[in-house]
Design a protein around this ligand. Structure first.
Ligand SMILES: Cc1cc2nc3c(=O)[nH]c(=O)nc-3n(C[C@H](O)[C@H](O)[C@H](O)COP(=O)(O)OP(=O)(O)OC[C@H]3O[C@@H](n4cnc5c(N)ncnc54)[C@H](O)[C@@H]3O)c2cc1C
Length: 374
């Protein structure tokens, strides 16, 4: 068995794990990534990366590579009950998860990064600094970077375990559709919102969030049915997407909440991305936070010359308030999108049309630069 006892073991080859891997390898810090599946995951889902996340991609020199296979929509256009409210210039890159993983993975490999697939973490012995995987292999490690996503095994195996999950009251439908859409389109309505955007290569991401008591599984792989989708949303909007009817790639899942953790580390394990702070997806910030986390922790390890205790404490100090803010705003965003009361809908729409409130709200999140915090 290879000796990794002087390595950082990165658990999970997702957005935070691959980003951290690139940063560590570029600083010549020994690391290895363990991924439970047999390849880098390719869920066919869209993803939007706002300027705070793009800053990290630029620092890794992969922004241009991602842009080539993604989309930079011209505007974001908002409709309320099918009436246009406002249109604002767009600042985000819209892409697919597959494309983001691809550029991160290729960059990691370009540094001779090592990744062990089919390695599903099942146990950690902190006293022996040993990791155990379901394929019966085990390895020593120096430090663990827990990047294993929303259902983190690392969280469950540590004493920092996050409580939950609790059904949020929202379920989400998603699909990837063939289109030549140029803009990001938001449809807001009573108890639902729909977001569609181009993701490059003549495809669009379709996501519809619905407030409902019917609790679905928290699974990205659960297939949904077109007729069910159409019955839960206004048919006048759904019929604007005729390719949905032909699609055999419609998925649905239940959105679950978990309380925010008080700590981002436990002994010699540090949590990043969804493993550290699962949030609801209504502000499109989960991936961006994962990028910021990886940038912060990777660079702090270098700054403190592998003194993990110092790196962990500063990482937590820098990240906790930021995470709390996004956690709160993400939860509130669904409520704003789904307003039902006609007076509140009218007020929201007037504010959106005449006050620049959308830009103010997004700027408060997007203007954050993780590089300035270190
Ligand atoms: C529908 C939807 C839309 C979204 N849209 C956006 C958006 O537009 N913008 C945005 O910023 N965010 C978005 N997000 C959130 C974003 O996708 C996540 O927050 C982000 O992927 C988190 O990155 P991560 O590295 O923490 O986890 P992930 O990217 O999920 O990676 C976790 C990795 O760990 C692996 N793993 C899990 N368990 C183990 C184990 N036991 N052993 C080894 N490996 C393991 C997994 O296989 C996976 O490869 C969206 C989320 C959803 C659900």
């Amino acid at each position: 068995m290879k000796d990794y006892s002087n390595h950082i073991a990165v658990i999970g080859a997702g957005i935070s794990g691959l980003t951290l891997g690139v940063i560590l390898k570029s600083c010549n810090i020994p690391c290895v990534i363990f991924e439970k599946y047999d390849s880098v995951s390719e869920y066919g889902a869209g993803i939007s990366i706002s300027p705070n996340g793009l800053e990290v991609l630029k620092s890794l020199n992969i922004y241009d590579d991602l842009l080539k296979i993604s989309s930079k929509p011209v505007s974001s256009i908002f409709y309320s009950n099918l009436k246009k409210i406002t249109e604002i210039p767009n600042e985000v890159i819209t892409s697919s998860r597959k494309s983001l993983y691809k550029v991160l993975y290729e960059k990691y490999l370009s540094f001779d990064g090592e990744i062990l697939f089919d390695h599903n973490l099942v146990s950690i012995d902190f006293s022996m600094n040993s990791l155990y995987f379901s394929n019966k292999k085990n390895y020593r490690f120096k430090h663990i970077a827990a990047c294993d996503g929303i259902k983190s095994s690392c969280q469950n195996l540590s004493s920092a375990k996050i409580k939950g999950p609790v059904y949020s009251g929202y379920s989400v439908w998603r699909s990837i559709l063939p289109t030549n859409q140029k803009n990001i389109i938001f449809h807001l309505g009573a108890n639902f919102h729909i977001v569609t955007y181009p993701i490059g290569m003549n495809q669009s991401s379709f996501v519809a969030a619905i407030k409902t008591k019917t609790e679905l599984n928290e699974s990205w792989r659960q297939k949904g049915d077109y007729d069910d989708l159409r019955s839960e949303l206004p048919s006048s909007i759904i019929d604007e997407f005729p390719s949905l009817k032909q699609s055999n790639q419609i998925y649905k899942w239940g959105v679950f909440t978990r309380p925010l953790p008080n700590a981002l580390f436990d002994k010699n394990i540090t949590f990043l991305g969804d493993a550290a702070h699962p949030i609801v997806p209504f502000l499109g910030q989960g991936a961006c936070l994962a990028l910021e986390d990886a940038y912060a922790f990777g660079n702090l390890i270098t700054k403190y010359n592998n003194d993990f205790k110092k790196a962990q404490i500063e990482y937590q100090n820098i990240r906790l308030n930021r995470i709390k803010l996004i956690h709160r705003k993400s939860t509130n965003q669904a409520k704003l999108n789904h307003l039902k009361n006609p007076i509140l809908v009218y007020l929201r729409n007037v504010l959106m049309r005449f006050t620049g409130i959308i830009s103010m709200r997004t700027n408060a999140i997007w203007s954050y630069k993780i590089s300035k915090k270190l």
